[in-house]
Design a protein around this ligand. Structure first.
Ligand code: CAO
Length: 569
């Protein structure tokens, strides 16, 4: 059995790089080129592939270890067919280090070699530059996975142009010269080769790269006459046949690119700025996951494969998008930025109100209709019952009369005592008359339901509604007390106001808002007379109730409240 010692390949200028992912375990069967582990420096990440197919043995690194070129990682017991060297002769996981061209005395700020070469090929003052894929080393082709610019866009030198990805590494291709993009000749998903034309750019003359020693780029596609061809990213010189050199180059290039980005802060595409390795990017594309949407749990927010899995799991578990999902959300505001704030947790009832109101508001097309009931006679009648109220130990406010009048009106207008079936194709008409009463409590708004209101006396309605309100305030309501409502009455009469637009308590189809009684001028056919009037507002589900129905309902109700004899018959 051949034992192949796998070592960390050349990392360009990087040393002491962190192991952030180990993709194999003791005994894992690996194919040649299968990822063994992922390394990451401050600025870039790379995957180390298996040099041969075989079985993983003796892993010598663990997560968080810091390694440099030549560090022994593990041994692979090579398959018999593999022609790897014997145990003692270590085989590099990726071949020799990249021979990087010496940087100029100007140091890191100096232009990269190929760009310089291209610059020298361009006559000073050239207007147009053909953008070419840079030398990809031993990588035959790379895929365009992101386009960061569009034709007509003004771009700054060093800003992201596009992101290319090979099997093992991804690299962002920077804009070589400040100017304006004339054309982008490739699309996301295209496979490109070194020297291939990927677009053209009109330069801003002052930003043309300085003249430098001649070193012409390899161009598979000849530049268009009268223009200058520029491989858009520079790289170190790679010895022909160096296995894995391309990855090292990309790794080093990525570091330079990110370092430059750190200084000049160009604006790369959203996905390009996500901190993730090529395998993760590839998996994200396979799964159709938008990388910027994934929360990275790795160091410095790096997205790992596990993060993708968690994201996909969460998305699958999420309820199917309802119409509400398409709505624009209310922007989050950091209120503390404007002054001191205090955050208070909502109670269960208040949270239920948030849900119920939102649900109704978003599902029910609301219309509200207003009217004034002349309740002068009713109020006179009520005033005349003071002694009896005392004798009965019961109090008649306007509300029990309203509830009774609503019950009678519902009987005459059964479409209001109904609910739309979930399929939206049928109406469920209820043969009973249970009315909900909105009750304000310290814990929030609750709606206990008064049963069979149409069969009760105004005294019973008053006593039972008071008892329900008491239980609501003392948190003594049972779930059943709040179920089965056909219609809701929300009275703010004791609070004030001339009218409001209540929200339908879906799946009910209508709700009556009662506002404050007041003396208002009423035309009696000959003159205005001061009358006690009660403002009413009827909100209804316009899918079920049309405006004429609502007008008839409210007119009937107002008529009943204005004629106490008919109401109490
Ligand atoms: N106009 C003028 N005065 C009114 C009135 C009206 N429409 N309705 C009631 N009042 C008077 C009552 O006559 C009573 O007066 P007195 O104290 O002089 O007798 C006083 O207001 C208080 O009435 P009440 O609130 O005790 O009794 P109610 O029958 O009107 O209401 C209930 C019962 C349970 C609805 C009530 O206790 C309650 O919780 N009200 C708040 C309703 C609420 O929060 N609605 C919110 C709806 S949000 O959609």
């Amino acid at each position: 059995m051949k034992q192949v010692q796998v070592r960390i390949p050349a990392l360009g200028n990087a040393t002491d790089v962190e192991v952030i992912e180990i993709a194999v375990a003791e005994g894992t069967l690996v194919a040649a080129e299968q990822t063994l582990l992922t390394l990451e420096s401050d600025k870039a990440s790379m995957e180390v592939p298996a040099p041969v197919a075989g079985t993983v043995r003796g892993i010598r690194v663990k997560l968080g270890d810091r390694v440099s070129e030549g560090h022994a990682i593990l041994v692979i017991e090579a398959d018999e067919t593999d022609e790897a060297d014997e145990t003692d002769e270590a085989v590099e996981a990726e071949a020799p280090a990249v021979a990087v061209a010496e940087e100029s005395a100007a140091g890191a700020a100096a232009p990269e070699p190929e760009v310089v070469a291209a610059g020298s090929a361009a006559p000073a003052g050239a207007d147009t530059i053909e953008l070419l894929v840079p030398d990809l080393g031993n990588v035959d082709a790379a895929e365009v996975i992101e386009l960061a610019v569009r034709a007509g866009e003004r771009v700054a030198e060093g800003a992201a142009l596009m992101v290319l990805e090979s099997d093992k590494a991804s690299m962002e291709v920077p804009v070589p010269v400040t100017g304006e993009i004339i054309e982008i000749a490739v699309a996301v998903g295209d496979r490109v080769v070194a020297g291939q034309r990927i677009g053209s750019l009109r330069t801003a003359h002052a930003a043309l790269p300085p003249t430098a020693p001649p070193q012409a780029p390899k161009a598979a596609t000849p530049p268009v006459a009268g223009t200058t061809a520029v491989p858009v990213a520079a790289a170190g010189k790679v010895a022909e046949g160096d296995a894995g050199a391309a990855i090292s180059r990309v790794f080093e290039k990525e570091q330079r690119r990110l370092a430059e980005q750190h200084h000049s802060a160009p604006a790369p595409s959203a996905a390009a700025t996500v901190y993730a390795g090529p395998a993760v990017r590839q998996l994200a594309r396979e799964l159709g996951v938008d990388l910027p949407a994934v929360r990275g749990s790795g160091p410095k927010g790096r997205v790992r494969k596990e993060d993708l899995r968690v994201y996909v799991k969460e998305r699958l578990a999420a309820p199917p998008p309802a119409p509400v999902a398409a709505l624009p959300t209310i922007p989050e505001v950091d209120f503390a930025a404007f002054g001191p704030v205090e955050t208070v947790a909502l109670g269960a009832i208040q949270k239920a109100t948030v849900t119920n109101m939102t649900r109704s508001w978003l599902n029910v097309p609301h219309v509200t209709q207003f009217d004034l009931a002349d309740v002068g006679d009713l109020e006179d009648f009520r005033a005349g019952l003071k002694a009896e109220m005392q004798a009965r130990g019961n109090k008649l406010t306007p509300l029990p009369f309203v509830l009774l009048a609503v019950a009678r009106t519902l009987r005459e207008h059964p479409r209001f005592n109904a609910s739309l079936a979930p399929d939206g194709a049928q109406l469920v008409l209820k043969q009973y008359c249970h009315i909900g009463i909105a009750v304000d409590t310290p814990q929030g708004l609750v709606v206990p339901v008064l049963r069979d209101v149409d069969r009760k006396s105004v005294w019973d309605i008053a006593a039972e509604s008071r008892e329900l309100a008491e239980r609501a305030r003392n948190r003594k309501l049972k779930l059943a007390d709040m179920q089965g409502g056909c219609f809701t009455v929300s009275s703010l009469g004791s609070v004030g106001g001339e009218g409001f637009t209540p929200i339908v308590n879906a799946p009910e189809v209508a709700i009556l808002g009662v506002s404050k009684l007041a003396i208002r001028p009423v035309w009696n056919g000959r003159e205005f007379v001061p009358r006690q009037t009660l403002p009413l507002s009827l909100s209804y589900d316009h899918r079920v109730v049309n405006g004429a129905d609502a007008g008839n309902f409210l007119t009937f109700l107002v008529g009943l409240l204005g004629d106490i004899r008919r109401l109490l018959l």
